[in-house]
Write a protein that binds this ligand. Structure first.
Ligand SMILES: [Zn+2]
Length: 353
């Protein structure tokens, strides 16, 4: 019995000393478990001897053990309060001289890139008109990018595309694969796998081996459109592009068609929009003409229908290709395309919503 009491006294003294030396909340918790833990705590172990003691001895040891427990719990709580206060004081003194009541500085929130916004805007306009979204790969076959679009292998228009070829990779005909020079091959892929009537819009990146300057880049974005049915006419094309122009540039915008040559359409059309900067009076951007060249379009060439297995005597269609950078430059009044790629956040904040 006296040895149990001795153990209890030395446990209490040791615990008091340990608690006084603890310097962290984690350390205190370790001590609490070591001395007062319900299962393996040292006090619990001493109390396990109680059943073998006489009633008188139980009373003495029980009372002493209870006193020890209360005094250790008190010491733990006091030490905990002291450590917390010390931590808080350290934080406050680190912030000395600062006004903690000042409002915090505002968080800056990210936005969609202006080119992505313009592309979404264009695509969204056509989706609401009933077009479906179509996509294709950036690495294409010569057939899809050129031959099927009425650029046979010796066609001079191929030269104007300044194509990047993918070294050592060839298609089934042994022709080199290439980075698509326009989004038009998506038309071919879609027509090969779908029957008319169809109307699609295909946004994406295209690549040309061009030196970078204010109006050229080796990578840029297009949105391609295609509609095929039994009785599609130029009037349908004009109606759809007029809606597009007014959606993107404002309700007062007018469009005009000029004849142009693109191998995959016949007739080919260059589409101008009235200059919104000078309202048609003439300015530097529209070169005093009141009109700005905006996109290429036309009625699908019968050779393109033949290449995908459609009968050009039964179906007609129109196609158009919109340069996203060109639209963005005009919409935001920016005269250097490089600004969209350099990603200076001051510029991006200025033009994006
Ligand atoms: Zn103008």
């Amino acid at each position: 019995m006296s040895s149990l009491l001795n153990q209890l006294h030395s446990l209490r003294a040791q615990a008091q000393q340990d608690i006084a030396q603890a310097d962290s909340l984690e350390g205190l918790e370790t001590l609490r478990v070591r001395y007062l833990g319900r299962k393996d705590g040292q006090l619990t172990k001493i109390l396990q001897a109680l059943p073998s003691l006489s009633p008188e001895e139980k009373k003495v040891l029980g009372r002493e053990a209870n006193e020890a427990k209360i005094s250790l719990e008190t010491a733990l709580n006091e030490k905990k309060g002291a450590i917390e206060e010390k931590t808080l004081n350290a934080v406050l003194s680190a912030a000395a001289g600062q006004d903690l009541t000042l409002p915090e500085s505002p968080l800056s929130v990210g936005r969609r890139h202006p080119l992505a916004q313009v592309m979404d805007d264009i695509v969204g306009c056509f989706l609401r008109l009933g077009f479906n979204l179509a996509e294709g790969p950036e690495v294409e076959t010569d057939f899809n990018n050129f031959t099927a679009l009425n650029h046979p292998p010796d066609h001079p228009a191929r030269d104007s595309h300044d194509t990047f070829y993918v070294k050592n990779f060839r298609d089934g005909e042994g022709l080199p694969l290439l980075l698509r020079t326009h989004t038009s091959p998506v038309q071919i892929r879609h027509m090969q796998t779908h029957k008319p009537p169809l109307s699609i819009v295909a946004p994406g990146r295209v690549f040309r081996h061009e030196a970078v300057d204010a109006t050229h880049s080796f990578v840029f974005h297009q949105v391609e459109g295609l509609a095929v049915d039994v009785d599609i006419s130029v009037a349908d094309l004009k109606g759809v592009l007029g809606l597009f122009a007014r959606h993107v540039f404002g309700s007062n915008v007018e469009i005009r068609f000029r004849p142009a040559y693109f191998p995959f359409v016949e007739p080919g059309i260059e589409v101008d929009i009235s200059c919104t900067l000078c309202e048609g009076k003439g300015c530097r951007v529209c070169k005093q003409t009141g009109w700005v060249e905006m996109l290429g379009a036309g009625m699908v060439n019968p050779n393109v229908f033949r290449a995908v297995g459609y009968d050009p005597d039964k179906v007609t269609g129109y196609a158009f290709g919109i340069g996203v950078e060109r639209v963005a430059m005009f919409k935001y009044g920016v005269d250097d395309m490089r600004l969209f790629f350099e990603n200076d956040v001051r510029f991006l904040r200025q033009v994006s919503r």
